[in-house]
Design a binder for this molecule. Sequence first.
Ligand code: UT7
Length: 319
Amino acid sequence: MRRSVILSCGSYLPKKVLNNAELEKMVETTDEWITQRTGIKSRHVAGDGESTADMAVAAARQALERSGLKGSDIDAVIVCTSTPDQTFPSVAVKVQAALDIPPGPAFDVQAVCAGFVYGLSVADNFIKGGQVRRVLLVGAEKMTSIIDWKDRTTCVLFGDGAGAVVMEAAEGGDRGILSTHLHANGKLKDILYTSGGTSTTHDSGHVVMEGKEVFRHAVQYMADVVAETLEHNKVKPDEIDWLVPHQANIRIIEATAKKLNMGMDKVIVTIHKHGNTSAASIPLALCEAVDSGKIKKGDLLLMEALGAGLTWGSALVRF
Ligand code: UT7
C-alpha cells in the first residue's frame, strides 16, 4: 500500500515578539483576560518588509535541509495560507522559485485555520494517486496584516509564522498519513470573515469574528471529527500518542482533549507563545514537538483544526 510519510519538519517565527503587556497599551485589555480566555501570553509579529512568502521559504528551506533532499528532488509545492503576498501569483510558486524546485505543480490552498489539514489531505491524495512522489507542504501566515489593531476582540488572538513538512511516498510499512477527514459548512460563513476582498472592496479587509459562536461550533465540530477519525481507523483514544491541535484557544484544545479522555501531557500546546497562526499553527506545533524530542518516529498523531468558512478537518498520522 502506498502511503505519504512525513520525512522532516521546518519552522520559522519572526524575531519580533508582542506580549500581552504591550497589547494592554494598545487596546482596553488585560494580560489576565487574554490569558484566562485564550491561553495566549505572547505572539510573533512579522516585520513590515517580511512577507508570508519570506516566512514560508524560511520554514520550507529548513524542512528541506533536514530531509537531506535538494530542491530538485521535490515534485510539488503546496502552501496553505489565507494571507498571500499578492492576490496572485501564489505563495507556492515563490517557494518553488526560491528553492530551485523543478516545474511540477505549485499552488496555494485556502481553508483559513483548517488550511494545514486541508493541504495535508491534498498532498496525501496527490502522492497516493501516484501523480507525485514528494511534496513540500507549508503553512504560512501573516495574520497581523489583516488585523484591526483597534478591535480588542480579535487583535489579541493572532500571530505570524510558518511551518513546513516534506512528504514522500512509501510502499509498505506502517508509517504515514493514515486518514484525513475534511468538512465545511458554508452556512456559517458570516461568523468569521474578512471585511474586504479582491472582487468587493479591492483590499484584503480585516478579521471580523463572532467569537462565542465560533467557539461553540469549534468545540462541537472538533469532538465530531475526532470521533469520526478514531472510528474510521478503529483506533481507541488511548492509542494516540499526541494530539497536535490547531492553536486557537486553550479552552477549545482542553475540551477536545477531555472528550478523548486524554491528559494535557499528551497534547502539543504552543498557543501561549505563538497565538493563533491560522494555517501555520499545526506545522509550527509539530515542528516544535519534534525538535524538543517529544514527538518521535513511529508515534501516532491526531491533528485537528477549524477555521473560517467554517472549515474543519483532521488527520491521523503515524509519524
Ligand atoms: O482559529 C479560527 C477559529 N477561531 C476560534 O476558534 C476562536 C473561537 N473563539 C474564542 O476563542 C473566544 O470566543 C474568544 C477568545 C474570541 C472570546 O472569548 P469569550 O470567552 O467567548 O468572550 P466573549 O466574546 O463572550 O466576551 C466576553 C467579554 C465581553 O464583554 P461583555 O460584553 O461581557 O461586557 C467582551 O467585550 O469580554 C470582552 N472582551 C474583552 N475584554 C478584555 C472581548 N475581548 C476582550 C479583550 N480584553 N481582548
